[in-house]
Design a protein around this ligand. Sequence first.
Ligand code: DOR
Ligand code: ZN
Length: 452
Amino acid sequence: MSVSKGYLLKGVRVLGGPATDLLLRDGIIAAVGRIGGATAKGAEVVVADGLVALPGLVDLHTHLREPGREDAETVESGSRAAALGGYTAVCAMANTSPVADSAGVVEQVWRLGREAGLVDVQPVGAVTVGLGGQRLAELGAMAESVAGVRMFSDDGNCVHDPRLMRRALEYVKAFDGVIAQHAEEPRLTQDAQMHEGVVSADLGLPGWPAVAEEAIIARDVLLAEHVGARLHVCHVSTAGSVEILRWAKRRGIRVTAEVTPHHLLLTDEWVRGRGELASPGLADQRIVGRAYDPVFKVNPPLRTQSDVDALREALVDGTIDAVATDHAPHALQDKECEWAYAKPGMLGLETALSIVVTTLLDALGWDGIAERMSRAPARIAGLTAAGHGQDPVKGAPANLTLVDPEARWTVDPTRLASRSRNTPYAGLELTGRVVATFLRGVPTVLDGKATR
Ligand code: DOR
Ligand code: ZN
């Protein structure tokens, strides 16, 4: 085996701090500080003046579509999109075809991730067989497989039977696993097409009321308390959900929550083509939106400005632990069709960090961004021991991303690495761009380009 020559990153600002050098060798950060030629002998020098070093980002919520819908995304194309977005690990959701509800399928996804070698693909196991909501899947077999599944979710569907949800929480408690709930009471969202409110009433579209999310979260935090197990709430989207989470956390219930970039920025007004970018960092820009553009169809739906404000506040004060993309690639024919027939979901991996930097850097700081996009998601998913979510300090695993905090770039759907094109941010100019990503000391992205 050849000895790795390593990489010497010159002039980086760790978590936005003063400029320093990092030597990456043998998969770890071998040295930090002013590093001279002798120490770094043989290492490739990366001029990184002014670039901010963050721990490699971790996405709690990625749809990779393989197996089954390789026309929309593959493990490899999604991994490349992730690396370009600054990620070193992603949790791959189970709603594939076949569903990831057995050791065989999660092992297949895990292996494909290893083969692609761009990020660590951590499969999420289904809670119920075939996402059917009727019978528990083989949680133990998935946990014991090479994929070592710790997070289980029926995402796309809600585990709506309270007895089954209780059993699932009891089951994963034994190995400190976590159930990630897609909170949607299906009886309240039948035929729903968008958020239920003023806009849905104006447009005459059947609505998805906030209470359908909030009722499930309220129920599930109580179940988690009763069982003493860990609950994670996917893509929180309403102000009411935030209040319930705040109450549950104050009470000491073991609950964590994520929010997506799109729920932190966009509202239901976009569905009728009248969206505004009320956020700091973007107020001078417009996306030319048209009414009923299915690129804005997503589940849970885009809500109101007061929900957006509450979500931003909750992310800043820590009530919401993490930003997760809910990267949901869809093939052209599933998005460029009538609103009612379009599939819900948006791309996220290649824009998430830039959206957060552009709109929330002032409120969160670089350390806050590292917490919500790397450390907290790594803890929630159980990926800390695997080397994720650790700050770039001496001796830490060399999983990190370098961001140019000043770079401005315009989102062009045709230039994304994802196989799909359904980004809601086409034409938007964002601040902050990933320049390089390292996975165990090996660059997956250099000069803003994927290395494989
Ligand atoms: O918008 C969504 N898309 N929400 C989900 O829960 C599932 C996801 C998908 O798989 O496309
Ligand atoms: Zn979901």
